[in-house]
Write a protein that binds this ligand. Structure first.
Ligand SMILES: NC(=O)c1ccc[n+]([C@@H]2O[C@H](COP(=O)([O-])OP(=O)(O)OC[C@H]3O[C@@H](n4cnc5c(N)ncnc54)[C@H](O)[C@@H]3O)[C@@H](O)[C@H]2O)c1
Length: 299
């Protein structure tokens, strides 16, 4: 029997959670949300404007529509209230395994028995989280990308016990909100496309932190080569450097290899609150980063 998803609850309305919630509302789902910071949704909507302005990519849905749909999201004061009646709960809180396990446990305790629980984690396989719940067969990874920049793909991966029915329901829901599911057949840290992007991040961060090259030259090369409006450092600023750091730590914790440890220079930027677009300063300064200036790519 096919699992029907009608009501979606999003836990954590930061950069990605807000976008997932907005797209679900746009595609007709009844959406509720909870965030530890009640101002989060408003802050992210303002940030999305800057991100779109700095990119030559079209958002998956127009900015006006993003703002209109955001009004439909019912924000709740607690997780318990947000997950009432949910068919799918998707978590998008910071990239920290213990925190995610804690929140999954809370969600599991109050979400309907039928509900599927998904994590938007960028690197943590759900098999590390599922045992915090009493429904491992209903847990899966659904990893979205920046929909505001038109990246309408989502990595889909099951855990140790995820049923085929739950995986299919996850994929169908991803398609129903206008995204292309990228299926991972066998558990892999970093999933499908995200593992490709991660290889770029690790290399470029070490090239910069080791003083080998100016990060702007990496971005120039990337922009000219791919025709994109941003290079890896501009993209990392948009993702959030704290988020990038958290993801790199997950890879390091897995391998314990020195080459996987995020550079100390990145840690210093985070200590200074230079987190990228969300704080106005990262590798570049916002809202008018240097890579937007036509002179940036002049011979
Ligand atoms: N930023 C990206 O481009 C991106 C892309 C794909 C996946 N992700 C993943 O999505 C998740 C969230 O990343 P993000 O970039 O949206 O982060 P973010 O920092 O923008 O947002 C996280 C949100 O979680 C909230 N939060 C923190 N603790 C909470 C708690 N205990 N309960 C409820 N809310 C809480 C914060 O207030 C914040 O609004 C991470 O796992 C990240 O790896 C991020």
């Amino acid at each position: 029997m096919k699992l029907k998803i009608r009501k979606v609850a999003v836990i954590g309305t930061g950069t990605l959670g807000t976008q997932i919630a907005v797209h679900s509302a746009y595609h007709g789902y009844d959406v509720s949300a909870y965030d530890a910071d009640p101002k989060s949704l408003g802050k992210v909507l303002r940030m999305i404007q800057v991100r779109i302005a700095n990119s030559n990519r079209k958002p998956a849905i127009p900015l006006k529509e993003i703002q209109r749909q955001a009004k439909k999201i019912r924000t709740s004061p607690t997780i318990e209230a947000a997950v009432q009646g949910a068919d799918l709960v998707i978590e998008a809180i910071p990239e920290d395994l213990m925190l995610k396990r804690k929140i999954f446990k809370q969600i599991d305790a109050c979400a309907p028995k039928k509900a599927i629980l998904a994590t938007n984690s960028s690197s943590i396989p759900v098999s590390r989280i599922e045992s915090a719940t009493r429904r491992p067969e209903k847990c899966l990874n659904l990893h979205f990308y920046s929909l505001d920049l038109g990246r309408n793909i989502a990595d889909v991966m099951g855990g140790k016990k995820t049923t085929r029915q739950v995986l299919e329901a996850g994929k169908e829901w991803v398609r129903s909100i206008g995204c292309v599911p990228l299926t991972v057949n066998k558990e892999l840290l970093g999933f499908c496309f995200n593992r490709v992007w991660r290889a770029v991040k690790r290399e470029t961060l070490h090239m910069w932190a080791g003083g080998y090259v100016d990060f702007k030259d990496i971005d120039r090369g990337w922009m000219i080569w791919t025709g994109m409006s941003q290079g890896p450092f501009g993209i990392m600023d948009a993702v959030g450097l704290d988020v990038v750091y958290g993801i790199e730590r997950v890879y390091y914790n897995e391998s314990k290899a020195r080459r996987d440890y995020p550079p100390a220079a990145l840690e210093k930027m985070i200590e200074r609150n230079h987190l990228g677009v969300k704080t106005g300063k990262g590798f570049y300064t916002y809202p008018n980063p240097e890579f937007k200036n036509p002179k940036f790519l002049k011979a």
